[in-house]
Structure formats: structure tokens, C-alpha cells
Design a protein around this ligand. Structure first.
Ligand code: HEC
Length: 165
């Protein structure tokens, strides 16, 4: 009898687990795109850029040194999903153009640059990190050129979705 209950309980848990994976926990964005850039992309890319000058192998402290560079690479790679999150707006109230093909491509470029940083940091290879800072800077630049630098913060020229191809 007890075994039967266990089986029922187990299959309920599995069914719930399944329902959850079908519709993952959804949340409203907390910040504008600009705030995500300032809070996550900017400080983490600085950790990577700093590794050009200061040898991460010589750093001391929690989550610093190579671990800090690894984590910064992870943060940038994961941020690709944050900037693809629906319902977020830019500083001017325009929805982040997450359906534009070039936006998706730029976000994937950010993910790739973050992952390349992670690999270089895991290899503890400062020369490789220096090389990859170029990829990181490019990943930021190509998107900013189209979607940010068209206007100042809050102006309507920002985040304008590209017309479909
Ligand atoms: C897929 C596009 C995209 C990528 C990739 C991207 N950004 Fe941005 N970024 C934007 C847009 C669009 C804005 C303007 C946001 C707003 O006004 O709400 C912005 C704004 C910013 C800002 C705030 C300054 C301002 O003028 O508003 C900083 C800082 C920033 N980005 C840093 C970075 C860094 C560092 C990277 C790379 C590691 C990066 N971004 C990658 C699109 C991108």
C-alpha cells in the first residue's frame, strides 16, 4: 500500500516537473535595456578589459583573478538571453527589438565572445584573453552602431527595429 502511494506521489512530481519545463517560470523584466547594460554588461566587460593590463594570475581575493575573468565571460554569455528577453523596453520606452534578425545575430555575437572569454580564462592564458578583448569590444560595437548610437539616451532614434528582410 505504502509503495503504491510512493509511486503516485512520484508520478505527480514528475508531471509537475514536466508542466514546469513546458512553461518555465516567467518574470517581468526588472530594468530597462540601458540599466541591464550599465548593471551587467559594462562592469563585466571591464573585468575582461582589465585583464589586458593586470595579470589575473597575480590577483588575490574571492572571485577575482582568473575566476573573476571566467565569471565575467559567463555573465556576458548569459546576458545574451537577458537582452533577448521579451517585454523589456529601452530608455525611450521603445520595446527592445528582440525579433529583428540583426538584433538576434548581435546577441549571439555577445554570447560567443563571452564563451570565448571563459575558455581563455579557464586556460589561464593572458595572451588569449588580450586577443579576445577584441571580440568582446566588437560584439558591443556592432550592435551599438545600429541600435544605440543613432540617438542619445531617451531619444526616439534608439532601438528602432530593422525592417524585415
Ligand atoms: C544586441 C545589441 C547590444 C549589444 C550586443 C550590446 N549593447 Fe550596449 N546598448 C545597446 C542599446 C540599444 C543601448 C541603449 C539602451 C537604452 O537606451 O535603453 C545600449 C546601451 C549601453 C550602455 C549605456 C550607455 C548609453 O548611452 O545608454 C552601456 C554602458 C553599454 N550599452 C555597454 C555595452 C557593452 C560593454 C557591451 C558588450 C559587452 C554591450 N553594451 C553590448 C545594445 C547592445
Amino acid at each position: 500500500m505504502r509503495a503504491a502511494f510512493t509511486v503516485i506521489a512520484l508520478s505527480c512530481t514528475m508531471a509537475m516537473g514536466h508542466a514546469q519545463s513546458a512553461s518555465p517560470v516567467a518574470s517581468e523584466p526588472t530594468g530597462t535595456l540601458q540599466q541591464v547594460m550599465q548593471g551587467i554588461l559594462y562592469p563585466n566587460s571591464n573585468v575582461i578589459f582589465d585583464a589586458q593590463e593586470a595579470d589575473p594570475g597575480a590577483a588575490e581575493g574571492m572571485y577575482s583573478g582568473w575566476v573573476g575573468v571566467e565569471n565575467a565571460g559567463i555573465a556576458l554569455a548569459e546576458a545574451a538571453d537577458l537582452i533577448m528577453k521579451p517585454d523589456r523596453v529601452c530608455s525611450n520606452g521603445t520595446p527592445v527589438p528582440v525579433e529583428s534578425e540583426d538584433w538576434i545575430k548581435f546577441a549571439e555575437g555577445l554570447r560567443a565572445a563571452g564563451q570565448a572569454t571563459l575558455a581563455a580564462a579557464q586556460a589561464k592564458d593572458q595572451d588569449q584573453v588580450i586577443e579576445i578583448t577584441g571580440n568582446v569590444a566588437d560584439a558591443c560595437y556592432v550592435c551599438h552602431e545600429v541600435y544605440r548610437d543613432a540617438g542619445a539616451a531617451g531619444s526616439p532614434e534608439r532601438c528602432v527595429p530593422a525592417p524585415p528582410l
